[in-house]
Design a protein around this ligand. Structure first.
Ligand code: 26Q
Length: 820
């Protein structure tokens, strides 16, 4: 890999200069935050030449561009990642040491850019990294939320949401670009005028807002490619009107100020759940309209025939959230570029492609017509016309089959169904893991698959090894490089070379020792943040992900309660010490999820303070789980809990991060777990529970009756009773009744235990028993864990992106040369 030269003296001078000009201080007087800012600006400077060179190269060679449109980009911290990808990390670390500064401390000053909820947002971030590293022209298009994902505090065991003021100290990496601002219009009405026999659509009485782009550099690994994440900020169009005397004008100006402020104020903290809020739809149209306008403006700079737009641009819609892009593109092509419907439709259906991330019914986006048409009158007209034409298509293909129309129409029962719009107007529809795509084709989207099978394809998710191994786990990264060379950094399948060492005792020892060091690092973090002592020799069993019933954190904690009961009842029995680590944010309004957090913390309180169990069991809830602490957690994990109800987790990506860091999967045959097992072999994972087919079958029969289990299995019964007898809530025995009821009476969908927690419990407990047994055999465990690392090659987002490029986007590869 070509390495750029790093000029140490220049860099140090730059940091010192920045401290002086930004803060009027010498380095010795600066705060840690100020030093971070100064270093951040110095790194941005180091990026600038390549950023300019990349954009010049794009202008010269005119490659096709992908616009990755996403409401979420869960970037995490930029400093360490940028240094890694510039291949300057070690050099900068050394340089800073020379002037008495610790890079780790400095990295720690940076707030996470948490412009996303979880899997979908982090996937977008990994994709940006891979696109730049592989040398493809890409723009990330999103929103510059003033407040990202809330910070989580645990107060008395309960989650408390605190606003995330990530921009409080400024962001040294961002570049504001007001000269490319766009106007976005909301509301009003559409007047149709006839100009020489042609209908012209004029939107009137609307409110406008100015979309101002803010660019963040996306550094490719060691290749001088710097792509752009363009996040849009909102400003009032005419703030000068504030001093108008005319009352109507004044109020309008205030309205515009408010609209701009509210629009980009905050990320909706719902994961896998639709919030049907007007402001959310406004956010969606706001960034989509600005991004589509920008893409067209860029194309028109060097191209005259808008009918060939799709040859140079493609829009990837990250779930249905940006799907108004379809209608916005149609609007601009017709109303502003003068194309006829058929011409515009041809361009649009060759430009847009859609990724589906979930089959959870409550996550599907459906907007009431009333709201949609009031907010976006012209867009609604276009959606209506798309729907009208599509319904005719359905009727042509399925004459007299009104059922088909009812199931597939874009507008039905007073709602606009965004997934239907995305499928109809897109040239590609993809799922995010093999199993998920099969479920889409065979069940959820069966009718669409039958009508347009050529659109459907799978793109199994991936993660970037640059952040989740090279940066997050430097000890293991170094060890891997010593054994297989450093090509894995840009070619992860090379990591397979480790396979020849799995029976080598020296390698096993080194590997397990690195895991131990990482567990010590996490144990320190836990001591500092939770005040809990955990033994790094115990098994670190970890479940970190958003809190959701289908992910079954409840099953995990019920199992901990079950183990605790066993230890209490049989203190003499040999029990390998275990540390159960949780990290999860619950959507602010999701009461059952929040109560599960309280349960985990209540169990932790009891178990961790029971001297009689000799520290055999510890439970830790890590506060404010986020990208930056995730890097440490993955590195320290022995067991990766991937225990969703089969069929519910579209892919999962945490599962891949654990695998890459040498944790063994304890999971169901769901999402990408299926492919992990395919790669590593069943004997190197702990698989349990119902299959997706079994779950879907049982669901269609209306579920099952868990009272059978309750009445016959005394240990399960005991644990369930502890939810309502005050065992973990002596002052309020009723506290967890809601969870008890969900499992035994009604958990939603009109049935008990809709996520089959009790049904899978025995099988889960048995898998946990196998985990313990395997861990006791040190060599066997070392081999399993190493084989997981060795077989993680498939799960790089570099592979995923190359598949998107080959099968969907058809981008041209670009190389950037820098004159030094
Ligand atoms: C929709 C409308 C209004 C408000 C919010 C939303 C909304 C927001 C976020 C709906 C869904 C999400 C997030 C979904 C998500 O993260 N899905 C995950 O995507 C990952 C990447 O493909 C998969 O690995 C996970 O399996 C999937 O759950």
């Amino acid at each position: 890999m070509a390495k750029r030269t790093f000029n140490k003296e220049f860099f140090i001078r730059s940091v010192k200069y920045n401290v002086r000009t930004l803060f009027r201080k010498e380095i010795e007087e600066a705060t840690e935050q100020q030093i971070f800012q100064a270093v951040g600006y110095a790194v941005k400077d180091a990026i600038m030449d390549a950023w300019i060179a990349t954009q010049k190269e794009y202008e010269k060679s005119d490659p096709k561009i992908v616009y990755y449109m996403s409401m979420e980009f869960l970037m995490g911290r930029a400093l360490g990642n940028n240094l890694i990808n510039l291949t300057f990390y070690d050099e900068v670390k050394e340089a800073l040491e020379e002037i008495g500064l610790d890079l780790n401390m400095i990295e720690d000053q940076e707030p996470d850019a948490a412009l996303g909820n979880g899997g979908l947002g982090r996937l977008a971030a990994c994709f940006m990294d891979s696109l730049a590293t592989l040398g493809y022209a890409a723009y990330g298009c999103g929103i510059r939320y003033r407040y990202g994902m809330f910070k989580q505090q645990i107060v008395d065991g309960y989650q408390v949401e605190v606003p995330d003021m990530w921009l409080k100290n400024g962001n040294p990496f961002e570049l504001r670009r007001p000269e490319y601002a766009k106007t976005v219009k909301f509301g009003g009405y559409v007047r149709i005028e006839n100009h020489n026999g042609k209908n012209v659509f004029i939107q009137e009485g609307y409110q406008s807002v100015l979309a101002v782009p803010v660019d963040l550099p996306i550094v490719g690994y060691g290749n001088n490619v710097i792509n752009t994440l363009r996040i849009w900020d909102a400003e009032a169009v005419n703030s000068f009107e504030l001093d108008r005397f005319d009352k109507g004008e004044y109020e309008k100006a205030v309205e515009q100020e408010n609209l701009a402020r509210n629009l980009v104020e905050v990320l909706y903290p719902n994961d896998n759940h639709m919030a049907g809020k007007e402001l959310r739809l406004k956010q969606q149209y706001f960034f989509v309209s600005a991004s589509v306008q920008e893409a067209i403006a860029k194309y028109k700079k060097n191209h005259s025939d808008i009918r060939k737009f799709y040859e140079k641009a493609t829009f990837q819609l990250n779930d249905t959230h940006p799907t108004v892009a379809v209608a916005e593109l149609m609007r601009i092509l017709m109303d502003e570029e003068g194309l006829e419907w058929d011409e515009a439709w041809d361009v649009t259906t060759k430009t847009c492609a859609y990724t589906n991330h979930t089959i959870m019914a409550e996550a599907l986006e459906k907007w009431p017509i009333e709201l949609f048409s009031r907010l976006l009158p012209r867009i609604y007209q276009i959606v209506e016309e798309i729907n009208r034409r599509f319904v005719i298509e359905i009727q042509k293909q399925y004459p007299n089959n009104y059922e088909k129309v009812k199931k597939m129409a874009i507008i039905m029962d007073g709602q606009v169904k965004m997934a239907h719009l995305a499928i109809v107007a897109g040239y590609s529809v993809n799922g995010v893991a093999k199993l998920h795509t099969e479920i889409l084709k065979k069940r959820e989207l069966k009718d669409f698959y039958e009508m347009m099978p050529q659109k459907f394809n799978n793109k199994t998710n991936g993660i970037t090894q640059r952040r989740f191994l090279l940066h997050g786990n430097p000890l293991l990264a170094k060890w891997v490089t010593e054994h297989v060379g450093d090509e894995w950094i840009t070619d992860l399948p090379r990591i397979k070379g480790l396979a020849v060492y799995v029976d080598d005792e020296k390698a096993q020892h080194e590997f397990m020792n690195i895991k131990y060091q990482n567990k010590v690092r996490l144990a320190k973090y836990i001591k500092e943040h939770n005040g809990i002592d955990v033994d790094p020799r115990s098994i670190f069993d970890v479940q970190v992900k958003r809190l959701h019933e289908y992910k079954r954190q409840l099953m995990n904690i019920l199992h901990v309660m079950y183990l605790y009961n066993q230890i209490k009842e049989h203190p003499e029995k040999d029990f390998y010490p275990r540390t159960f680590i949780f990290g999860a944010k619950a959507a602010a309004g999701y009461m059952r999820a929040k109560l599960t957090i309280k349960l985990i913390n209540s169990v932790a309180d009891v178990v961790n303070n029971d001297a009689s169990i000799n520290g055999k069991l510890k439970v830790v809830f890590i506060e404010d789980y986020r990208v930056s602490n995730a890097e440490w957690i993955f590195a320290a994990a022995d067991v990766s809990e991937q225990i969703s109800t089969a069929s519910k987790e579209a892919s999962g990506t945490g599962n891949m991060k654990f695998m890459l860091n040498g944790a063994v999967t304890l999971g169901t045959m769901d999402g990408a777990n299926v492919e992990i097992v395919e790669e590593v072999g069943e004997e190197n994972a702990f698989i349990f529970g119902m299959s997706a087919d079994e779950v879907i079958d049982l669901e269609s029969k209306g579920g099952y009756d868990p009272s059978q289990l309750f009445n016959t299995d005394q240990e399960i019964r005991h644990v369930l009773m502890q939810l309502i007898n005050g065992e973990y809530a002596p002052n309020d025995p009723e506290r967890f009744r809601e969870l008890y009821n969900a499992l035994l009476i009604d958990g939603g969908y009109n049935r008990p235990d809709p996520y089959f927690i009790l049904k899978d419990f025995r099988s889960y407990a048995d898998a946990q028993r196998r985990v313990e047994e395997a861990y006791r055999d040190e060599k066997r465990w070392a081999k399993m864990a190493m084989l997981n690392v060795a077989h993680s090659g498939k799960f790089t987002s570099d592979r995923t992106i190359q598949e998107y490029v080959d099968d969907i986007w058809k981008l041209d590869k670009v190389t950037v040369k820098l004159e030094e």
